[in-house]
Design a protein around this ligand. Structure first.
Ligand code: TEU
Ligand code: CA
Length: 546
């Protein structure tokens, strides 16, 4: 168990993300809930994780699955009660697992008390909690668009004003320039801290300091000022772990967000490695094949850029991304081996690894009928492209590849009906491959993806070089190999991956002869010709290269 009173403990931690709606139903209504999560804590403890990032469980009309919060200090009845939350906190903490709440501070729900008040009149004390502009019904203040499609301005006839929303109209943006808003937020965070949460994931945190009149949404001029204030007024100086989601961060900005002086957040969660297979400047639906050389370049850039001066999250998956084994691995013949290769590549790097529920058993994407999709982003895109005359087949292909619901199908626990997720009809269809891909089966099989993840997690705890080593890329121009060293003053790692379905010629570097084999997905010391998707990690003890 990690000593969580030690500053920086989260550098050796592994974090597991739970999407509550799809994790475990306990009361037979087809929707995952808090008691369901509590009932699976033993499983997570065996996996070896140190913290859970819990996607939003707060009161919400669920327009965007809880990322539209109507009361930050209440639990949505769908997920249970405040008592259920307290039980989860107590039981998780007892197992050495911290609970990180997912705070959506950029916007609230339009059903939040603040917004209901704000809409009443221009003079209402809450009016200035949101962002308003005068106008006429047919001319929005400017051309700004919502991430989920359409204009970012919603007309309120009673007030003769528009309000600003970067996401759905039911997700009005909060006005962080108003000190009263910031104070309310800090008070709420302190309240949760007293309840024993272990930290926070901060949704789209780089978008809080917007300047809509200048078209600025991310990295607004006051962003880091607000973050330092947030830190000082709440978790600053405590061992809590905080992770900021920031699509707009480059390495230089990431150094501010995750400044080792602790003035902002523990770490950054950025996506530069996850947008390489989309057409530059276009939407995620406009896909191109992944170029491995580019992936190496981007990951190296971040590994080197933050070394000693910032901290990154390591992830392939979350609730917004398709399943990695379907995306960059092979979810057919090589599913197990490629899932292990991707895990090796990620967990060998510097940063805090995140495992998204089901990733540890190699869960895959799903193909549904359009009527079975639930995600607001997917449904809006379908409608928009349909109206533009894009062929149905093309739209569906992009949903199969990129839709967020790929990640949101219920967790596959066992081979019983509905995969052990629920006894009722699940809110989202279970992937039909659950009889062969599930936790129960993975626990039995010593060669499962799950057992491999357990080993990777254990290794990170055992050898400090995983958290501390300096990254050094090898075989830069090889079109199939992704190989790198991690170098420290006491021990070194060599991480070897064949990122392809073909055998790949490989020459073990001279100085790595005779190293120890820590893990391999084909149970052998890698030499000469690597097998399809082969991956391994070698260790040199008492031979620090730094
Ligand atoms: O996501 C941030 C975000 O910008 C996403 O909408 C992203 O562009 C999209 O998912 C890519 O497909 C966060 C949450 O993770 C997401 O679930 C929420 O919908 C969003 O914020 C609004 O709160
Ligand atoms: Ca339920």
């Amino acid at each position: 168990m990690l000593d969580k009173t030690k500053p920086g403990w989260w550098k050796s931690a592994v974090i597991y993300q739970i999407y509550p709606k799809s994790f475990q139903d306990s009361n037979g209504d087809g929707i995952g809930d808090l008691p369901g999560i509590t009932s699976r804590l033993d499983y997570l403890q065996q996996l070896g994780i140190d913290a859970i990032w819990l996607s939003p469980i707060f009161a919400s009309p669920q327009i965007d699955n809880g990322y539209d919060i109507s009361d930050y200090q209440a639990i949505d009845p769908m997920f249970g009660t405040m008592h259920d939350m307290e039980v989860l906190l107590r039981e998780a903490n007892a197992r050495g697992i911290s609970i990180l709440l997912d705070l959506v501070l950029n916007h609230s729900s339009d059903q939040h008390r603040w917004f209901l008040e704000a809409k009443k009149s221009r003079e209402n004390p809450y009016h200035d909690y949101y962002i308003w502009r005068d106008g006429t019904p047919d001319t929005p203040p400017n051309e700004m668009c919502s991430v989920f499609g359409g204009t970012a301005w919603e007309w309120v006839p009673e007030l003769g004003q528009y309000y600003f929303h970067q996401f759905a109209p039911q997700q009005p943006d909060l006005n962080w320039d108003n000190p009263a808003v910031r104070e309310e937020i800090y008070r709420m965070i302190r309240w949760w801290m007293e309840k024993g949460v272990g930290g926070f994931r901060l949704d789209v945190i780089d978008q809080i300091a917007k300047e809509p009149d200048f078209g600025i949404t991310v990295n607004g001029p006051h962003l880091h000022e607000y973050l330092r204030e947030l830190n000082a007024q709440t978790f600053g100086g405590t061992p809590l772990v905080t992770v900021g989601e920031a699509w707009g961060a480059d390495v230089e900005k990431a150094k501010l967000f995750s400044n080792p002086d602790g003035s902002e957040l523990s770490m950054i969660f950025q996506f530069k490695h996850m947008v390489l297979d989309q057409q530059p400047g276009k939407e995620k639906w406009d896909m191109i094949p992944l170029d491995l050389l580019q992936l190496k370049e981007v990951l190296e850039h971040w590994q080197e850029g933050l070394y000693g001066c910032g901290w990154n999250s390591l992830f392939w998956n979350n609730h917004d991304l398709p399943r990695i084994v379907s995306r960059w691995g092979d979810d057919g013949f090589w599913r197990i081996r490629s899932a292990k290769m991707l895990a090796t590549l990620l967990h060998g790097m510097q940063g805090t690894p995140y495992i998204y529920q089901g990733e540890e058993i190699g869960m895959t994407n799903i193909h549904l009928e359009i009527g079975q999709y639930r995600d607001i982003e997917t449904l809006n895109m379908y409608r928009e492209r349909k109206a533009k005359g894009v062929p149905e087949k093309e739209i569906m292909a992009s949903i199969y590849a990129r839709g967020r619901d790929n990640a949101r199908t219920p967790m596959q626990w066992d081979a019983s009906e509905h995969a052990g997720f629920t006894t009722a009809t699940p809110w989202m269809p279970v992937n039909s491959n659950y009889p062969s891909i599930n936790v129960a089966e993975s626990l039995e099989d010593p060669d499962s993806v799950l057992q491999f993840y357990r080993t990777l997690i254990r290794l990170r705890k055992e050898y400090t070089v995983f958290a501390e080593g300096k990254f050094h890329l090898l075989f830069r121009d090889d079109p199939r190999l992704f190989v790198y060293e991690r170098l420290s003053t006491t021990e070194n790692l060599l991480v070897i991956c064949n990122f392809s379905a073909e055998p790949a010629p490989f020459q073990l570097p001279e100085d790595w002869r005779g190293a120890d084999l820590l893990i391999s997905n084909v149970n052998r010391f890698p030499e000469n010709m690597l097998q399809p998707y082969e991956a391994a990690i070698l260790l040199q003890k008492n031979k620090g290269a730094l």
